[in-house]
Design a protein around this ligand. Sequence first.
Ligand SMILES: [Zn+2]
Length: 144
Amino acid sequence: MELDRPLPQPMTPEARPYWDGLKDGKLMLPKCGDCGHTFFYPRILCPRCHSRAITWIQASGRGRLHAFGIAHQSFNRAFKVKPPFVLAMIELEEGPHMLSNLVNVEPDPKVVKCDMPVEVVFEKLTDDVTLPLFQPSRPTAARS
Ligand SMILES: [Zn+2]
């Protein structure tokens, strides 16, 4: 199985609040000020109504595992998760889908299930780049 993973997107001005948020341990999502559509990845125009009135909201960091694949090879040396790891399409509570990795879980299809609840964890790669990864949600009582 050959799987790919997009490298962090270049830090274009429209994506700056996203990267700055990650550095602060916040998952920020662009939201259209006109139609209220929350989307990902960051764009200059709302993908639904083409408005330029983009605002930012802090996502809860919670979502569900929409789809996944298990990768046995790392293709980005900056990426510190050791293979095999779980490539995950996360459906955020706010609606957007985000391609990420599922961590702190056995990379085994018997353990990883579609629709399982997940939550964000922040993986600092460099001083400039922190990536949002996801792990299975812990019970609410255990959440710090
Ligand atoms: Zn819009």
